[in-house]
Design a binder for this molecule. Structure first.
Ligand code: FCB
Length: 470
């Protein structure tokens, strides 16, 4: 390995990835940009939510965040130095349409145009997400995602973006994590717009899927070469025991969270078992909706952080012997590889990109400002190993985006939870590459990394996971 200060004492083998594997880093507009009311940007539901007392830990807001809006040159330069090949960012809808529809804010378009140009000149491929949760507040006043018309406004927004950036951006992600939008925004109320109604959340989920389908058409209309995908958050479930009730609980949770989106997207129907169980809460579906939702995708984006252990009494929050991140999420790399293998057998999937994977840990800043985030490094290494295992098993994973490039505004949890491979000092906004960032850079340069496991053991591991499939 080239970088001697990130080698492993016990490492004997190198895990290698395909030469054309795409190594990336991810962020989202509201979490990093700041400049919440500059250059004609409209208010978003996250501006409104974070400015409402009692919604965010420490009363944090995204008003300044990492100030990426003014510092994107520096951030891209850091990516170039690390050798990052692709950057997944999101576009703030209210920067483009301050009212959500109608008049376009040219200064907003110009910002993303400059960002894309800078990325391309640094040799970094842009992957643009159209919706990473910051709906224009003006559309919320029309009902937001509960209003079916918002899916058409989303398609109009997609068309404008495609017209202005489609000559330079090829890879698009329509919506980030529709399950989180629908559930945390409309069922538990932890996220903007803070509504708590399960029936409403199911209608929202449907409108998000319709919006995804319409935006897919819009992105391809002007630029036939566009590659379009969606990013789904996927938490595989494990039954807490062999009891049929626990097995059933695990299956139902997986169906509500993952199959509720995978089935419409890849099979053009909602899972019939849970549809029946939802009874009168099921969404209203118009005749052509399922074909709009299920058109071919160029890739599936998967965001993976952890699994859920399910018992009939609910999720098990503490598993004996497991380690947990600062988010309270169990560290479960094996479940990641296993899930990739399973879903690829179960569904007829397009190529996969891991559009998010990473961990929040407390950073300890050393005497010279260095950050030895060994836990994050090990988390990334063990999850990448599982990506490699899945590839070995024939799963078509074409790239990986670490979450996140920068420490940032972690939604309702504010700035305390740090996911970055680059530290941001939120007082001075100074960036410092962490040990995990240097390590990731070495992985990219070497097409892989050192591990204690041999290729032979890797293949055995794959076989074991294959046999262990439920
Ligand atoms: C995902 C979000 C992302 C970030 C990570 C930790 O659910 O897409 O914005 O907050 O979790």
């Amino acid at each position: 390995m080239a970088d001697s200060n990130v080698s492993f004492p016990t490492a004997e083998y190198c895990v290698t990835f395909p030469r054309n594997f795409l190594w990336g880093a991810a962020t989202a507009a509201y979490q990093i940009e700041g400049a919440w009311n500059e250059d004609g940007k409209g208010e978003s539901i996250w501006d409104r939510f974070s400015h409402t007392e009692g919604t965010i830990a420490n009363a944090d807001t995204g008003d300044t965040a990492c100030d990426h809006y003014h510092r994107f040159d520096e951030d891209i330069e850091l990516m170039r130095e690390l050798g990052i090949k692709a950057y997944r960012f999101s576009i703030s809808w209210p920067r483009i349409f301050p009212d959500g529809k109608g008049l376009v804010n040219l200064a907003g378009l110009d910002f993303y145009s400059r960002l894309v140009d800078k990325l391309l000149s640094a040799g970094i491929q842009p992957f643009a997400t159209l919706y990473h949760w910051d709906l224009p507040q003006k559309l919320q006043e029309l009902g937001g995602w509960t209003n079916r018309e918002v899916s058409s406004h989303f398609a109009d927004y997609a068309a404008v973006i495609s017209k202005h950036l489609g000559d330079r951006v090829t890879n698009w992600i329509t919506i980030n994590e529709p399950w989180v939008v629908a559930n945390l925004g409309f069922k538990t109320g932890e996220h903007a717009p803070g509504i708590k109604d399960e029936k409403v959340s199911l209608q929202v989920a449907h409108h998000l899927l319709v919006a995804h389908g319409k935006a897919t058409q819009a992105l391809r209309a002007d630029h036939a070469h566009s590659r379009v995908g969606i990013a789904l958050d996927m938490r595989p479930t494990t039954p807490a025991s062999d009891k049929p009730e626990d097995i059933q609980a695990a299956w139902k949770t997986w169906t509500r969270e993952a199959r509720w989106y995978m089935d419409p997207l890849f099979r053009a129907y909602y899972p019939p078992d849970i549809w029946t169980e939802y009874g009168s809460k099921v969404p209203h579906v118009k005749p052509r909706d399922m074909s709009v939702i299920s058109q071919n995708l160029d890739f599936l984006g998967i965001n993976y952080y952890t699994r859920t252990v399910c018992s009939e009494k609910g999720p098990v929050t503490k598993v004996e012997g497991s380690t947990y991140t600062e988010m309270g999420w169990e560290v479960t790399p094996d479940a990641f590889g296993k899930m990739l293998i399973e879903i690829s057998k179960e569904y007829n999937l397009p190529p996969i990109f891991i559009t998010e994977n990473g961990a929040a840990f407390k950073d300890i800043v050393g005497p010279n400002g260095e950050i030895e985030d060994q836990e994050r490094l090990v988390y990334l290494r063990d999850h990448l190993l599982q990506v490699r295992v899945a590839i070995e098993d024939g799963v078509d994973v074409q790239g990986y985006f670490v979450w996140s490039l920068l420490d940032n505004f972690e939604w309702a949890l504010g700035y305390d939870k740090r996911f970055g491979i680059i530290r941001v000092d939120f007082d001075t906004l100074k960036r410092t590459v962490k040990k995990s960032g240097h390590w990731y850079s070495s992985v990219i340069k070497n097409f892989g990394f050192a591990t204690e496991k041999s290729e032979h053991e890797l293949i055995a591991l794959t076989a074991a996971q294959r046999n262990d499939r439920r």
